[in-house]
Write a protein that binds this ligand. Structure first.
Ligand SMILES: [Zn+2]
Length: 89
């Protein structure tokens, strides 16, 4: 639930449902789950803890790959051809 303005302060009056929408990986390699408020659109990172479901984390990380905004077949062809597109070949 959307309770905080800053993490832990419980000062937001929104009370909207927070949905997990993705993974954010910091430079340190630490994973955070991004949650977005259904009501106001506020996005908040939550550090991954040992209690988080590994399958959920994997699903969130893989989500963009399952919904590519371009045809995957063409991209795979390009990858297979050594990504020589526009390069000095
Ligand atoms: Zn909200």
């Amino acid at each position: 639930m959307h309770l905080d303005i800053r993490t832990g302060d419980r000062r937001s009056g929104c009370r909207g449902t927070m949905d997990p929408i993705g993974i954010w990986v910091k430079e340190t390699g630490e994973w955070s789950i991004l949650h977005r408020c259904r009501k106001c659109g506020f996005i908040r990172p939550n550090r991954v803890s040992g209690e988080d479901n590994e399958i959920l984390l994997f699903a969130l990380a893989a989500l963009p790959l399952s919904r590519l905004p371009f045809p995957a077949g063409k991209t795979l062809e390009l990858l297979a051809s050594g990504m020589s597109v526009g390069g000095a070949g």
